[in-house]
Design a protein around this ligand. Structure first.
Ligand code: ATP
Ligand code: MG
Length: 746
């Protein structure tokens, strides 16, 4: 029995074995918060204070939830099946599936991921004839989601000017469209689940009585709505007061809430997360126990020191100390590439070396700020034959061919799903032109029906073409009705014409492989989550929800150990022996958007803190002087975060790779250049070595009296010998001595 608690330090021990009172664990990265939370669940069950059925735990990713279930089954001889452990979205999905009628949803309601949501909004604007320059779809999506995240429906939204009045009206139209189509977006999952419990007293009481313990990991990243949802479940919502009304006292139907978090790792403010929830929680729940854990068990000393030094630049922290007795370990390696390609080559060489030295592949992570950065890394890994897995980003379930196949599956399950309809009505092409579609959309709009149902009212050529599609869907529906999920998927891929279509496409090979992988994904879904399908509306609904919610967590080639690639956001809560952080450049990390937000730089710094603290033994920080992103070459200055790390902890490495010829000669050799000041810089402003260039910068547009306009692409030398290379377009690429050439900045 005491095995559970073996190895815990006294603070952790106290946290795990707390009496039944609300508690907040406020502690830094790697101090064992997640471990404490998992162990507490086991301890509660072992000590008869809770049964598996009465525990609800919210984790940050589906991966974390799975890990928690695995650990629990290892700690206790219990069946963890059916335990309510998952993400906010996952748990809300479960609740809504179980009570779809009460929630006002069709049984097989579909989940829109953010890509689907954007296309649904675009379709709405088009139907209503709204000018999408005045109401940019992305902006509208943000407007709608941020209202939902605050629990505000269109009917309750405030409008302070005409423009906003119009946006609120569009929000209402959007709500109606989703309702008609039987689809819910991510924010809606939460809001619906909240409203369901809030309005439906018997149901609320049922769940309040059922859950005696609620545990929340990564509490700092909950938004207002999630917190309100937790409060309802915990019996703090309307209609339930504690027995004597005093804070802290537990009444009947109330759950004990155990929240763990780290204000320094709050990285979702842009999505409405509120660190303030921690303070509210303390106050509203009368938390008596705020426990701090100060020993870090994850990282070697140098890594931890770097993280502590970095985060010390933020103001308004709740304040924590972290120490380790793991020893200093190795220095943090900082490397600089001439180009992103050099950087990637260096990383991959180093990765191969680590693997040769015996580091497990899945103990190596390549992290980056933005998904777009993964391409060059993937390419290098691929060429080197190193197996890798990308989490998030170019998500498997977001690939075009996968979405097409899933759209057929969705349409078969729910004919009213207009997003799915619009996606595949003419894919593969079956002669249904834009005109026919517009006619159909109008008919549906007039009849206030789905596209599918409006098809019958269409006459002429359009009617025949669309009629053929409807017959195809009906044929698919009846042919696949009795098939198990994987065969259903396979049948759809064949009969819809998707396979044939990609067979005929020049670059279709990879897409065909992905379609086969989708069948595999269905097989492994049933194997791993098959026990939950009944509870979640059957195989198809559960699989589609899984595809929307877990996008990216099931990569092609699952099973093989692989290098892990992901954004820093996605790496939260995880740990790896070796971490490579790529793209430490001004404008990329910290991201340029951060400059426009209040607290933007501090949020980026917290993100950097998260990145650093993922590493156990080795940490590499990289940047490149030039980077191709979104089809453009960007000229970069090193991130200010590099300057914020104590020099004594760093070891600068000169890349072994030669500069890539395409970018011409670089300036200065490797490590020297890292000492440039970076304070001036966003993109397009990378300072060249010190002031030798009279304030000119790589990437700068200049004018020359003879060659005309050009852009500086490289520089070398200094003082009187300073030279720059300028691309003058049709006049060619020239090296010019600055002492002689008259270049005017443009
Ligand atoms: N008392 C302990 N003895 C040995 N190892 C421990 C102890 N407590 C935690 N660990 C280990 O330290 C690592 C970090 O723990 P954990 O992931 O729970 O930290 P965390 O506080 O949740 O971190 P993060 O803030 O990054 O989510 C894990 O590998 C965990 O198993
Ligand atoms: Mg954790």
């Amino acid at each position: 029995m005491s095995d559970l608690l073996a190895g815990l330090n006294p603070d952790q021990f106290a946290a795990v074995t707390l009496p039944s009172q609300h508690a907040l664990i406020l502690a830094g990265a790697g101090s064992g918060k997640t471990r404490v939370l998992t162990t507490r669940i086991a301890w509660l069950i072992q000590h008869g204070q809770a049964n598996p059925h009465s525990v609800l735990a919210v984790t940050f990713t589906n991966k974390a939830a799975k890990e928690m279930l695995t650990r629990l089954s290892a700690m206790l001889p219990i069946n963890t099946r059916g335990m309510w452990i998952g993400t906010f979205h996952g748990l809300c999905n479960r609740l809504l599936r179980a009570h779809y009628r009460e929630a006002g949803l069709p049984q097989l309601f579909q989940i829109l991921d953010s890509g689907d949501q954007l296309s649904a909004i675009k379709r709405l604007l088009k139907n209503l004839g709204v000018d999408d320059e005045k109401f940019p779809p992305r902006e509208l999506m943000h407007f709608i989601n941020s209202h939902k995240e605050q629990g505000i429906r269109a009917g309750e939204a405030e409008a302070w000017d005409d423009w906003t009045r119009r946006r609120v009206a569009l929000y209402a139209e959007y709500e109606a469209q989703c309702q008609r189509e039987g689809v819910v977006d991510f924010a809606e999952l939460l809001l619906r689940a909240y409203e369901l419990l809030n309005r439906n007293e018997p149901l609320r009481r049922h769940y309040q009585t059922r859950f005696s313990h609620i545990l929340v990991d990564e509490f700092q990243d909950t938004n207002k709505l999630q917190y309100a949802w937790l409060k309802l479940l915990a019996g703090r919502g309307p209609g339930v007061l504690s027995a004597d009304g005093a804070p802290g006292a537990l009444g009947a139907g109330q759950a004990v809430v155990f929240a763990v978090g780290d204000d320094d790792q709050s990285i979702y403010a842009f999505r409405g997360a509120e660190v303030g929830n921690m303070r509210d929680f303390e106050r509203e729940f009368g938390v008596l126990n705020v426990i701090r854990l100060e020993q870090n068990y994850r990282s070697h000393g140098n890594i931890l020191d770097a993280a502590n030094a970095l985060i010390a630049h933020n103001r308004g922290r709740l304040g924590k100390n972290l120490w380790t007795d793991a020893g200093a370990g190795e220095p943090i390696r900082v490397f600089e590439g001439f180009t992103d390609l050099d950087e990637a080559r260096f990383i991959v060489d180093e990765v191969r070396e680590l693997i040769r030295d015996g580091v497990e592949r899945d103990q190596i992570a390549l992290l980056y700020r933005s998904n777009a950065q993964s391409r060059v890394l993937e390419h290098q890994l691929f060429s080197a034959g190193v197996p890798y897995r990308v989490h998030g980003g170019l998500r498997f379930f977001e690939r075009q061919e996968i979405k097409h196949a899933l759209a057929y599956l969705r349409l078969i399950a729910n004919a009213d799903d207009d997003t799915a309809f619009a996606r595949v009505v003419n894919f593969p092409t079956r002669g249904i032109g834009t005109r026919s579609l517009e006619a159909l959309q109008e008919a549906a709009h007039r009849a206030n029906s789905s596209l599918y149902n409006a098809a019958a009212s269409l006459s002429g050529k359009a009617g025949t073409a669309v009629g053929g599609f409807i017959r195809l869907i009906e044929k698919l529906r009846s042919e696949t009705a009795a098939l198990p999920l994987p065969e259903k998927v396979e049948h759809i891929i064949d009969v819809s014409g998707l396979r044939q279509h990609y067979l005929g496409e020049k670059e279709g090979g990879e897409r065909l492989e992905n379609l086969s992988e989708l069948i595999n994904a269905a097989v492994s879904f049933l194997r791993e989550d098959g026990d939950r399908t009944a509870e979640e509306g059957g195989e198809v609904a559960a699989f589609l929800a899984h595809a929307s919610l877990e996008a990216g967590e099931h990569q092609a080639g699952a099973g093989e150990t692989a290098i892990q690639l992901m954004t820093v956001h996605a790496a939260k809560g995880l740990e790896f022996d070796a971490v490579f952080l790529s793209g430490l450049e001004q404008g990329l990390f910290p991201h340029e958007n951060a400059a426009q937000e209040r607290d933007g730089l501090e949020e980026e710094r917290r993100l950097m803190y998260v990145a650093i603290t993922r590493a156990r033994k080795r940490l590499y920080l990289g940047w490149a002087q030039t980077r191709m992103l979104h089809g453009q070459t960007r000229y970069c200055a090193p991130s200010i975060f590099l300057d914020e790390l104590p020099v004594a902890l760093l070891s600068r490495i000169t890349p072994v790779a030669a500069p890539t010829p395409a970018y011409g000669r670089g300036y200065g050799a490797g490590s020297q250049a890292t000492s440039q000041t970076s304070s001036s810089g966003g993109y397009g402003q990378a300072p060249m070595a010190a002031d030798a260039y009279g304030g000119l910068r790589i990437g700068q547009n200049v004018e020359h009296s003879r060659f005309g306009q050009g852009v500086i692409v490289a520089a070398e030398g200094g003082g009187n010998d300073a030279r720059v290379q300028v691309n003058f377009g049709s006049a060619g690429v020239k090296w010019l001595a600055l002492a002689y050439a008259k270049l005017t900045p443009r």
